[in-house]
Design a protein around this ligand. Structure first.
Ligand code: NAD
Length: 260
């Protein structure tokens, strides 16, 4: 059913975004990848996803802190494929530090990459989706869009912002055929988490091994990292026709973290 649809997945050169882009391509969705990284690896990954799926896969290198580049990426998707059905706002960065020592430029970067980029991409995508009478916007927020942890003030603020933005857009667009939802994952072992283990160890003055057990999975009652497939399953539901009534929701996939 999703065959021939078109998706833009931001921050899809790594981690969750790459897994979600691949899951969409496996359903025959043509995908525009985005994100930073070594150009040769990005091109090899693009070709690999395309080779093992029925989908056409393109890449656009928009810096998600730059509104004009974001608008250009959405226009690129429409120009390449003639339509845009799915926008997954996934690009993200993390920086961990006490609030009174948090570098100003890191605050600005986190708010730009996580929150403002979600606005700019949505703003550019909605006219295309409105004209089609159908659209699916899925924002990858976080359990930190619903609850807080220490040393992550900008991340938590930005992710709460994404959840609020999701609700507002869903209400506003409810009669247009466009749904807007947030997925709130618990901890997934991606490169972002690997580097966070090191940063948390520094901030708390404990060994990296202890961070995993005592800090990271301490918050997650099932004591298990979330698998990419568990997020892909929810994404595929939300973007399908079965997801038509689900809009304005912040859906957790977090091993009961936010329930505890
Ligand atoms: P990751 O570091 O593996 O991937 C992040 C992606 O964003 C990369 O492709 C990177 O190139 C891209 N990116 C960063 N800055 C960018 C910019 N300015 N312009 C364009 N692309 C940019 O991280 P991940 O863990 O896969 O995280 C993906 C999303 O999931 C993020 O929004 C993150 O906050 C969220 N999330 C992650 C976890 C987790 O445990 N890993 C949990 C909850 C939510």
């Amino acid at each position: 059913k999703l065959e021939g649809h078109v998706a833009v997945v931001t921050g899809s050169t790594s981690g969750i975004g790459q897994a979600l882009a691949t899951a969409l391509a496996e359903q025959g969705v043509n995908v525009v990848l985005n994100g930073f990284g070594d150009p040769q690896k990005i091109e090899a990954d693009r070709q690999a996803i395309q080779a093992r799926t029925n989908a056409a896969v393109r890449y656009h290198g928009a810096d998600m802190t730059k509104p004009a580049e974001i608008a250009d990426m959405i226009a690129f998707a429409k120009a390449e494929f003639g339509r845009l059905d799915i926008l997954v706002n996934n690009a993200g960065v993390q920086h961990v530090a006490p609030v009174d020592e948090f570098p100003d430029e890191k605050w600005d970067q986190l708010i730009a990459v996580i929150l403002s980029s979600t606005f700019h991409a949505t703003k550019a995508a909605v006219p295309v989706m409105k004209a089609q009478g159908r659209g699916r916007i899925v924002n990858i927020a976080s359990a930190h869009g619903l609850v807080a942890s220490a040393f992550k003030a900008p991340y938590v603020a930005a992710k709460h912002g994404v959840v609020g933005f999701t609700k507002s857009c869903a209400v506003e667009l409810a009669r247009t055929g466009i749904t807007v939802n947030a997925i709130c994952p618990g901890y997934v072992k991606t490169p972002l988490i690997e580097s966070q283990i090191v940063d948390q160890a520094k901030a708390r003055g404990i060994a990296p091994e202890r961070v995993v057990e005592d800090v990271i999975l301490a918050a997650q009652p099932n004591k298990t990292f979330v698998e990419y497939e568990h997020l892909a399953g929810l994404l595929l539901y939300l973007v399908s026709d079965l997801g038509a009534s689900a809009t304005g929701a912040a859906m957790t996939v977090d091993g009961a973290w936010t329930a505890a």
